[in-house]
Design a protein around this ligand. Structure first.
Ligand code: SF4
Length: 260
C-alpha cells in the first residue's frame, strides 16, 4: 500500500504530530472559517488561461488578452468582485508582463505532480499541485500565486521547497532551483532558493513520520502559535484542562500497518 503525502500534510505533521493524527490518521473533520475562495479561484483560472492559451507567436500579449481571460473566469463573482479582480489582474499585468521582452511558455500550468519515495519499508506517494512551472534560464522555477490580503510567508514554504525538489527531480530529472510567491493583491513577489537543507529537512520529516506509522508511536502535541488556528483544541490535553473524548474516525493508520 502507498501512503499519500502532500506538502499540507507534511506541514501539519511538522507543526504538531497530534494535530496530524487527529486530521489524517483518525479522520476527524476540521472546519475552519475562511472567507469565500471564489475571487481567488477566478484569479488563478484567469492566469492559467492567459499562460496556457496564449499563442506565443508574438513576444508578449497586450492587456486586452488578460482582460479577455478574466472575462471567462468570473461567472461565480459579484459585480464588485469582478471589478476588484480586474484591478488585481491589471496590476499583475503591469508588474510582471509589461517589463518582459518575451513572455515564455511555461513548462506546466496548474498541474499535479507525483513521485514516490520509500522510508522504513513504507512507500510514500508525494503529491503536489502547482500554479506554474517555468524554465528560467535553464533552471526550474515554481510560481505560486497568493490571493491573501497580507504578504505573510506561509509556514509551509520550507517543506514545499523540499517536497517539490524531491518530486520534480523524479519527473524532470532536473533540480528545482527556486520557488517564487507572487502576492496578487500587493504586487509583491518573494523568491526562495532551494538548498540541500530543504531536501534534508523533508527527508527527515518523512522518515520520522514513517517510524510513527510503522510503530504506532505516540503522536505528541506540539504547542505553538499555530494552536490558535487549530480546530482540535477541545480534544487536546496540552491546551484544554478537561478535553473531550476523541471521537472515533476512520482509522487509516491501522489499514496501513496491516498492509505493509
Ligand atoms: S491545540 Fe496545538 S498542541 Fe493541541 S493538537 Fe492543536 S496544534 Fe497540537
Amino acid at each position: 500500500m502507498t501512503y499519500k503525502l502532500s506538502a499540507t500534510k507534511l506541514v501539519t505533521y511538522k507543526q504538531c504530530p497530534q494535530q496530524y493524527n487527529f486530521r489524517y490518521e483518525l479522520g476527524i473533520s476540521s472546519r475552519s472559517a475562511f472567507g469565500s475562495p471564489d475571487l481567488g479561484n477566478a484569479l488563478h483560472q484567469a492566469l492559467a488561461i492567459a499562460y496556457r492559451d496564449w499563442h506565443y507567436n508574438d513576444h508578449k500579449p497586450e492587456w486586452d488578452w488578460f482582460e479577455s481571460c478574466w472575462g471567462v473566469s468570473v461567472s461565480k463573482l459579484s459585480e464588485a468582485q469582478i471589478d476588484d479582480g480586474r484591478a488585481i489582474l491589471r496590476s499583475y499585468f503591469n508588474d510582471f508582463v509589461v517589463p518582459l521582452n518575451v513572455m515564455q511558455r511555461p513548462l506546466g500550468i496548474e498541474s499535479k505532480i507525483s513521485a514516490k519515495v520509500q522510508f522504513e519499508n513504507i512507500e510514500f506517494a508525494l503529491n503536489g499541485r502547482y500554479d506554474r512551472l517555468d524554465n528560467t534560464n535553464g533552471s526550474l522555477e515554481l510560481i505560486d500565486y497568493k490571493t491573501t490580503k497580507n504578504t505573510t510567508v506561509p509556514d509551509s514554504v520550507d517543506v514545499q521547497l523540499g517536497l517539490y525538489y524531491l518530486a520534480l527531480q523524479q519527473v524532470y530529472q532536473q533540480s528545482l532551483k527556486r520557488l517564487t510567491l507572487i502576492f496578487l493583491r500587493s504586487g509583491e513577489s518573494l523568491s526562495f532558493e532551494v538548498t540541500p537543507a530543504h531536501q534534508k529537512q523533508v527527508r527527515s520529516l518523512i522518515s520520522d513520520l514513517a517510524v510513527k506509522l510503522r510503530t504506532d508511536a505516540e503522536w505528541k502535541p506540539k504547542v505553538g502559535g499555530h494552536c490558535d488556528r487549530c480546530t482540535y483544541q477541545k480534544y487536546c490535553t496540552a491546551k484544554t484542562c478537561e478535553p473531550e473524548p476523541v471521537p472515533k474516525g476512520e482509522l487509516r493508520g491501522v489499514q496501513l500497518s496491516l498492509s505493509v
